[in-house]
Design a protein around this ligand. Structure first.
Ligand code: GDP
Ligand code: ADP
Ligand code: 5GP
Length: 213
């Protein structure tokens, strides 16, 4: 007899938070994870940063002017927001809430300040910090990405120490040395979280009732 995929009504999805110093490989890892785990929804942030070449409105970010962002903060539309590398970034409260209510897992790519705010309002979230394998490699990746000016790269390198100093606040830390290994580590965290007994007990109520009968 086959078991239904889900016995329980809609269970709220899990909120994943991923942070890293700029250039550690966070976006590349997250994009590869989403190919392997397409059921995860990536939250698209709002930012006052100007778009990089190739970045699209609504796909990479909702690019907005600072006055508009500040108005949105006052209106309370953000679940969290923070100033990072001189730009404002924020996560939409309603988008995340709607996806979680539909039972979808949601992933936020945010900085440590935002992660701290999320932990307060959503203590069940699962947070992951990505470290580069060395400072030299971090610098090489930031420069190699060739998407930012020399000044922006210097600022990001300078800010990386502050970001890394908060890594211990996260549930998991992954060192992104060999890409495939780091991707496997990230995927294994997602898969383990999905098998947590509190979720599985509800997801498989009918199966468990039958097994206990
Ligand atoms: P990259 O991730 O280093 O390539 O650069 P970005 O300019 O895309 O992001 C800059 C920083 O802002 C990173 O630390 C992100 O994690 C953070 N960030 C992006 N979106 C959000 C957000 O919605 N909220 C918060 N708090 N931080 C964000
Ligand atoms: P972040 O989102 O953390 O700022 P990116 O995902 O943009 O970082 O990655 C920065 C650069 O490093 C990109 O050019 C990416 O292709 C490269 N990169 C990511 N992971 C690795 C890895 N394990 N080995 C070598 N290069 C990597
Ligand atoms: P970038 O400008 O390179 O895309 O992102 C720079 C930093 O901003 C990254 O560390 C990224 O995680 C962070 N960031 C992006 N979106 C958000 C967001 O919505 N909230 C917060 N707090 N940080 C964000």
């Amino acid at each position: 007899m086959s078991t239904p995929a889900s016995d329980a009504g809609t269970l709220e999805g899990t909120l994943f938070v991923v942070a890293a110093p700029s250039g550690a490989g966070k976006s590349t890892l997250v994009n590869a994870l989403l190919e392997r785990e397409p059921a995860i929804s990536l939250s698209v942030s709002h930012t006052t940063r100007p778009p990089r070449p190739g970045e699209e409105y609504g796909r990479h970010y909702y690019f907005v002017e600072r006055v508009e962002f500040e108005r949105e903060i006052a209106e309370g539309i953000f679940l969290e927001h923070a100033e990072v590398h001189g730009n404002l970034y924020g996560t939409s409260r309603t988008t995340v809430a709607e996806l979680l209510c539909q039972g979808k897992d949601v992933l936020l790519e945010i900085d440590w300040q935002g992660a701290r705010q999320i932990r307060k309002s959503k203590p069940d979230c699962v947070s992951v910090f990505i470290l580069p394998p060395s400072r030299i490699e971090l610098e090489r990746r930031l420069r190699g990405r060739a998407s930012d000016s020399a000044e922006v790269i210097e600022r990001r390198l300078h800010n990386s120490r502050e970001e890394i100093a908060h890594a211990h606040e996260f549930d998991y830390i992954i060192v992104n040395d060999r890409f495939e290994d780091a991707l496997g580590d990230l995927q294994s965290i997602v898969r383990a979280v999905r098998q947590r007994s509190a979720l599985q007990w509800r997801r498989h109520e009918t199966l468990i009732a039958e097994l206990l009968a």
